[in-house]
Write a protein that binds this ligand. Structure first.
Ligand code: GLU
Length: 338
């Protein structure tokens, strides 16, 4: 009798212990609280500087800061700047890679572009010379220009339309190109032109180089706001289905490969540092946007123009790191966020 009682007590205690290790669901109040806290904590952060190698980016007001979470069910939690349209820049890159996955499968991305992080700057020509795959991965400029060239298109117009409508499927609204950004970037795109020509020379570009450069530059000049960015990430968090429209944008079985590329190369040559501190697949852009994905749950997006030397938004990376560690949602377990 006593033994039975002790056994009963022990199994109840064990049950309690195992239940205690399962994270409690995150409530709407929790989501709003962490968004508000991240905004309040980092809005006065003064580190970093706007990108200026694309001259017009230096003129974007540096103090703007927005933080948004959208869950896989489409619930929105936000603070700060939500409406300002900034250029998507490199945050577009995984989404065009997803279009290639849809059209040709993940094997084409691996074989025709590559999936290794470079450990070098996003616009490195040295990486292109050192690595035999040349384009290396779709999140550096070389791989992103190669991805645009791989879109199965009948003309430049068709190529551009496919790139744009794929990104619109992720944002769930019509988008326009910030023409001033496009002009500013295309007029100064000597480095990216060199990359496109080198790729073509090595047989790793799949369309005419100047066409790929123009469409890539237009892609980077698409105007989006912080809410759009969060909806793009929420579509990935929702296994490839846009939570707002219900449209499948990426096949479910391809989502893990895309997130893997974001985890290893999404933060430029600071991707190891990022995974160490925040533990989430993410993509940043020199326009000041960042989107991070908590697979199967939600996405976090931030917008703030000042960048650190690696090209990542200073307020944004701190805000997302804070949210990831506070909610304990790092991929490999709760990260300390330090
Ligand atoms: N359009 C930019 C470039 O090609 C994208 C850079 C970025 O956001 O990382 O330099």
């Amino acid at each position: 009798m006593i033994v039975k009682a002790i056994q009963g007590y022990l199994s109840a205690a064990l049950l309690t212990a195992s239940v205690a290790t399962v994270a409690a669901p995150i409530s709407p109040a929790d989501y709003q609280r962490v968004v508000d806290e991240a905004y309040a904590q980092f809005k006065d952060e003064k580190g970093g500087a706007n990108a200026d190698y694309i001259p017009i980016l230096a003129t974007v007001p540096s103090e703007m800061f927005g933080v948004v979470i959208i869950t896989r069910d489409g619930e929105v939690y936000s603070a700060g700047e939500l409406d300002y349209e900034f250029s998507i820049q490199s945050v577009s890159k995984p989404f065009t890679a997803s279009l290639i996955m849809q059209q040709q499968g993940p094997r084409a991305v691996r074989e025709k572009i590559g999936v290794e992080p470079t450990g070098m700057a996003f616009n490195s020509k040295m990486a292109l010379e050192i690595y035999e795959g040349r384009s290396v991965n779709p999140l550096v400029n070389a791989g992103a220009i190669a991805a645009v060239s791989l879109v199965e298109a009948s003309s430049e117009k068709d190529r551009w339309q496919q790139v744009l409508s794929n990104i619109e499927d992720y944002t769930a609204r019509d988008l326009t190109v910030l023409e001033e950004v496009y002009d500013s970037e295309y007029e100064t795109a000597w480095g990216n032109r060199a990359i496109a020509n080198l790729l073509f020379n090595y047989g790793r570009l799949y369309s005419e180089p100047e066409e790929a450069l123009r469409v890539y530059t237009r892609q980077c000049s698409i105007g989006i706001n912080t809410l759009d960015l969060a909806m793009m990430g929420a579509t990935l968090a929702n296994e490839g289905v846009n939570p707002k429209t219900g449209k499948r944008v990426l096949d479910r079985e391809h989502v893990p490969e895309l997130l893997a590329i974001m985890a290893t190369a999404g933060f430029y040559d600071e991707s190891g540092e990022w995974m160490y501190s925040a533990g989430l697949p993410a993509k940043t852009g020199v326009g000041g946007g960042i989107v991070a994905v908590v697979p199967g749950k939600f996405a976090i997006a931030t917008f703030s123009p000042p960048l650190n030397p690696a090209g990542n938004s200073v307020r944004g990376l701190k805000a997302i790191g804070y949210i990831s560690s506070t909610l304990g949602v790092g991929l490999y377990g709760p990260n300390a966020g330090e």
